[in-house]
Design a protein around this ligand. Structure first.
Ligand SMILES: [Fe+2]
Length: 179
């Protein structure tokens, strides 16, 4: 364990809700749990997942990504979160812009808002409640495995399509669809 990782209680928000640092710490610790990661069944045809108990009443998932699989663009319904790579490499494309959460179907993005990062070998990132991204395994051969944590538990997710600089709201997903 990295000495930079703080105990969860040390960085909890005053309300007791897990902070972004807590969520990232949880994701990194779980990603480093080799027995947990090995317990995830892997399917070359599609993503697999196990629901975990998240920190402080949060929601967490261990997810397996076959080569070429990905999420598509989405948000997290106002929850903040974090994720960390446990095996293989994941690519995240995100938007460095705070989008309005309601009241639009089409949004033209400004130039220069795109960000891209690769995460492997325990690397992770935390994100805020307005984060919009897509995550995928760009490898042609290797599976990836990652851990994702959210607080509060995802109330819903908005899914988007992207054409050039235009983002279109496609659908809203509700928790009962993920169980
Ligand atoms: Fe996400």
């Amino acid at each position: 364990m990295s000495p930079a990782v703080r105990p969860a209680a040390h960085s909890a928000a005053p309300s007791g809700a897990p902070s972004a640092a807590d969520l990232l710490d949880f994701a990194r610790r779980a990603a480093a749990d080799t027995a947990l990661v090995a317990s995830l069944p892997l399917d070359p045809q599609g993503r697999t997942w196990i629901r975990l108990e998240g920190p402080g009443g949060g929601e967490a998932w261990l997810i397996g990504w076959p080569p070429g699989s990905g999420t598509g663009w989405h948000d997290h319904g106002g929850s903040h979160g974090a994720f960390a790579a446990a095996a293989g490499q994941l690519t995240e494309q995100s938007l460095a812009a705070q989008l309005p959460t309601e009241g639009w179907k089409l949004l033209e993005l400004a130039d220069g808002v795109d960000r891209r990062r690769e995460l492997a070998g325990g690397q992770g990132r935390a994100f805020g409640p307005h984060h919009v991204h897509q995550v995928f395994n760009a490898s042609a051969q290797l599976h990836a495995v990652s851990v994702h944590a959210y607080y509060p538990p995802l109330p819903m997710m908005r899914r988007y399509s992207r054409s050039g600089q235009v983002l279109r709201l496609e659908e809203v997903e509700w928790p009962q669809e993920w169980s």
